[in-house]
Design a protein around this ligand. Structure first.
Ligand code: UDP
Length: 489
């Protein structure tokens, strides 16, 4: 027992909001439920960001340690601040990914230091992002239990893996094709391939990097997934059968820990004066945006649909991601003025208090890019989704939501497609409709909300939901490896 707080869990997330946020939430959960010391390791800028995202009054941050690994964007030919993927142009993300391989020696030194400080007693486990499979070598060297934490859906990441490991897709003749090693899913359409995947031939930088790192997770001691067993069985099956290792669905790991943002009060006050389930929340996440013409069509659709909405407006493609808000250039003429008069819509610049919005009773649907955190946050509150996936595995999350869960309608695909405002408006109307398909989707979303609640239930009568059990099993596996190592010393 006395050893508990000396028990170290070391975490290395990828440098993106969609990864950092669930890793931090997992760190809190481990620290609160197990009492272990959790060390989050990252590049200096991201550690600063993580620290500053914490509420100032958090007392229990004391046992979460943050450690910076030396990293300098310029050393890798990247522009300054590139560690911050929120401001990094999408085409440079692969360069950052490649540059992360240089963190290996300093990560090894860190594990060695922790072992020394603990009198030869290494960390209990290393939990690394799926893109950081190289940490497995270091874990093995020090005899540390290693797990990959997949912050995406099992289904989405399974298809992502399958597609990248079976290139090229440019030579596929038909528009739809089946996955050779994942026959459990229906056919994939070419429009569900990210731009990089469409042209990848095995010799481009994405292919080279992903072929190097993706197969590495097969050698990990197991995979933690931010998902729920009953909602994501097909994808979990893929990971289990591929690796033959334990796969623990421990989700949803959703953070409520982030610091209040300036837009918070304005959003909540605005929601308070609108009727229950009447507001559509629109956001494309922390990294993606759509084209200038798509933004125009979306604005016209929202205006035409007569529904209430909160829209997080990010600069359209082609504009600097950091550029100031320019309603005149991005939105239809007079759009903002008309909105402020009729109080039907609220525009949020860059960043919204998403979790608070989704948990508010006035929110009735979420038009989302289907980043997995957004999906989990929405479904945890029973909010159905209007999908507009843009990149990566978002296309497959939308597929999972629509085909397997029935909680979603897809409205558009990608940032290059032509989409008309009347079509967008008709999907919005359908989902918000009290009857017909809208009602079915809402009912399903409520069922899913209950399934999620059940998965994380851990009550006084000894009931443990599937995600709670999976977390127990993960730590039992780590502790039992530690015991075996000690006995054979
Ligand atoms: N987020 C937010 N406000 C915003 C945009 C995003 O709070 O305006 C949060 C959101 O709640 C989620 C994360 O950022 O936790 C985005 O993760 P996701 O996996 O949905 O998408 P990504 O940004 O990685 O594409």
């Amino acid at each position: 027992e006395g050893r508990k707080e000396n028990e170290n869990v070391v975490m290395l997330p990828f440098m993106g909001q969609g990864h950092l946020i669930p890793f931090l939430a997992l760190a809190f959960q481990i620290q609160q439920t197990r009492g272990y010391t959790v060390t989050i390791v990252n590049t200096p800028l991201n550690i600063k960001k993580l620290r500053s995202s914490l509420p100032t009054n958090t007392t229990n941050t004391t046992t979460i340690r943050f450690i910076e690994l030396p990293f300098c964007s310029a050393d890798h030919g990247l522009p300054p601040d590139s560690e911050n993927t929120d401001v990094l142009p999408y085409h440079l993300i692969i360069r950052l990914m490649e540059a992360t391989l240089s963190l290996k020696p300093s990560f090894k030194r860190l594990i060695s230091d922790i072992t020394h400080q603990q009198h030869g007693y290494p960390p209990l486990c290393i939990i690394a992002d799926m893109f950081f499979g190289w940490t497995i070598d270091i874990a093995n060297e020090f005899g540390v239990f290693h797990a990959v934490f997949n912050t995406g859906s099992a289904y989405g990441m399974a298809i992502f893996n399958s597609l990248w490991l079976h290139l090229p897709h440019s030579k596929t003749n038909s528009d739809e094709f089946s996955l050779l090693d994942f026959p459990q899913v229906s056919r994939i359409h070419r429009s569900q391939l990210s731009n990089y995947l469409k042209i990848a031939d095995g010799n481009d930088s994405w292919s080279i990097f992903l072929h190097r790192v993706l197969p590495q997770w097969l050698n990990s001691d197991g995979v933690l997934v931010n998902t729920v067993e009953d909602l994501d069985r097909t994808g979990l099956h893929y990971f289990r059968s591929k690796s033959g290792r334990p796969v623990w669905p421990i989700g949803p790991i959703v953070s409520s820990m982030t610091r209040a943002r300036p837009s918070k009060e304005a959003c909540l006050e605005w929601l308070d004066v609108h009727p229950p389930a009447s507001v559509i929340y629109i956001s494309f996440g922390s990294q993606n945006t759509v084209s200038a013409s798509q933004i125009m069509e979306l604005a016209m659709a929202l205006e035409g649909s007569n529904k209430n909405f909160i829209w997080v407006v990010r600069p359209p493609l082609g504009f600097d991601v950091n550029s100031e808000f320019r309603a005149v250039e991005w939105l239809p003429e007079g759009f903002e003025d008309r909105l402020s008069k009729c109080k039907r819509g609220l525009l949020v610049r860059k960043w919204a208090p998403q979790l608070e919005i989704l948990s508010h009773k006035s929110t009735g649907a979420f038009l989302s890019h289907c980043g997995w955190n957004s999906v989990l946050e929405s479904l945890s509150h029973g909010v159905p989704i209007i999908a507009w996936p843009i990149a990566g595995e978002q296309f497959y999350n939308a597929k999972l939501l629509e085909e397997e869960m029935g909680v979603c309608v897809e409205v558009a695909r990608g940032s290059g497609c032509e989409v008309r405002h009347v079509e967008i408006a008709s999907v919005i109307d359908m989902v918000m409709d009290e009857n017909g398909k809208g009602r079915d989707i809402r009912r399903k979303a409520c069922e899913v909300k209950e399934m999620i609640k059940d998965a994380i239930r851990d009550d006084d009568e000894g009931y443990k939901g599937s995600s709670v059990k999976a977390m127990d099993e993960f730590f039992n596996a780590a502790l039992s490896m530690r015991k075996t190592k000690e006995e054979t010393k």
